[in-house]
Design a protein around this ligand. Structure first.
Ligand SMILES: [Zn+2]
Length: 380
């Protein structure tokens, strides 16, 4: 009996000790926290950002990412005026604070290829001494959408070493080149509002200037806020690009856009489906060939707008305007002509360059023609 009583007393003692130990632990945590706060009060006033995740100006951010903004000291809400914007427009989110870190959680997954900004207004947060933060903002871009629109045209772009070596090896470039092994890549920029336009390069696989320029444009647009939607097909037929050829199943792909299922025909059907407002198709023309000069080509009928677009690009890029009367007469089956006959304005741009060659000046000219196309639509 005595034994049992002793064990009972021992148990009570153990319990009391563990409770007081726990209480002690709590006290320790609290005092450490108070010490930290006191230390901050003594050494710093306005809290400032020490780390953000994703990093400011980050590209290719995952659409389910939570944004973390860490300060040099613990913070709490003051006015709480925080904005989260997608391409300039307010986007719903929830925020919380974990010690020294503000966490922004978008209410739904972010959109691909969009430009996001977090704005922390002056005094939105404060430290435990009441000192408010200064206004600051963080911006980043979500991953760009890369789709495959034709699964029989795939090819390894790295086999075309001249072109491949000219491409900036960004995360996005690598993704496009990797996906091009399985078909024709379509890269999408923008928020879906405003004009929707399509840039095509590589209909002729051995015309390298436009393909290099298209990849340059893609990397240039990544991380920028695009006013509208820009679709870019940098390699219309990756297989042809990989093999440095201009023929697809023994035919010129720019003469069979009216043949169902041809690579160019698939592009036109895609343009119809996406309700694209204009296509510009970029090529190069050899010296002595037709047209054999830097030029913007179009027809006035049936889509007069094609003439206006080509005129603008020609003037902007210092190219010759070549305007024919009616689509489909001179070049039946050309991507440009068949697109016009389908009720979508389209132009062709050429830079003077030999096939299978790549000169910086030719790439720059092709890029300028593309830029003129964007400018016509107020996208840049
Ligand atoms: Zn061509």
């Amino acid at each position: 009996m005595l034994k049992i009583v002793l064990i009972f007393i021992l148990l009570i003692l153990l319990t009391v000790t563990s409770i007081s130990a726990a209480a002690g632990a709590n006290n320790t945590t609290k005092s450490t926290y108070q010490n930290q706060t006191k230390m901050v009060i003594g050494t710093a006033s306005t809290p400032y950002i020490t780390k953000v995740n994703p990093e400011n100006h980050a590209l290719n951010v995952a659409i389910n990412k939570t944004i973390e903004i860490q300060f040099n000291q613990p913070v709490q809400y003051k006015t709480g005026w925080i904005e989260f914007r997608r391409d300039g427009i307010l986007n719903p989110f929830k925020s919380s604070i974990d010690f020294d870190t503000l966490i922004i959680k978008p209410s739904s997954p972010m959109r691909m290829g969009s430009y996001y900004t977090v704005v922390l207004h002056t005094n939105s947060l404060k430290n435990f001494d009441g000192s408010g933060i200064n206004c600051s903002s963080i911006s980043f871009s979500t991953a760009i959408r890369v789709d495959i629109i034709n699964t029989v045209t795939g090819g390894d772009i790295s086999k075309n070493s001249l072109l491949y070596n000219s491409i900036q090896k960004t995360v996005l470039s690598k993704e496009i080149i990797s996906k091009a092994k399985t078909g024709s890549p379509l890269v999408t920029f923008g928020d879906g509002k405003g004009p929707k336009i399509l840039i095509v390069a590589g209909v002729h696989g051995n015309e390298l200037s436009a393909q290099a320029a298209a990849m340059k444009l893609i990397n240039h647009l990544n991380g920028r806020h695009v006013m509208g939607t820009v679709y870019i097909i940098p390699f219309a037929i990756p297989y042809d690009t990989a093999h440095n050829t201009r023929y697809w199943h023994n035919k010129d792909p720019n003469r069979v856009a009216n043949v169902f299922g041809s690579p160019t025909n698939i592009i036109i059907n895609l343009a119809k489906k996406l309700k694209i407002q204009a296509i510009a198709d970029f090529h190069s023309s050899v010296p002595g060939g037709v047209p054999g000069k830097d030029s913007a080509l179009c027809t006035r009928t049936p889509m007069y707008k094609s003439y206006k677009i080509a005129s603008y690009i020609a003037k902007y890029s210092g190219s010759t305007l070549i305007a024919d009367k009616i689509a489909g007469q001179k070049y039946p089956g050309a991507l440009e002509d068949v697109t016009n006959l389908n009720g979508i304005p389209a132009v062709t741009c050429e830079v003077l360059a030999y096939h299978n060659t790549l000169k910086n000046s030719c790439v720059a000219k092709s890029f300028k023609q593309m830029w003129g196309f964007l400018k016509y639509f107020g996208i840049e």
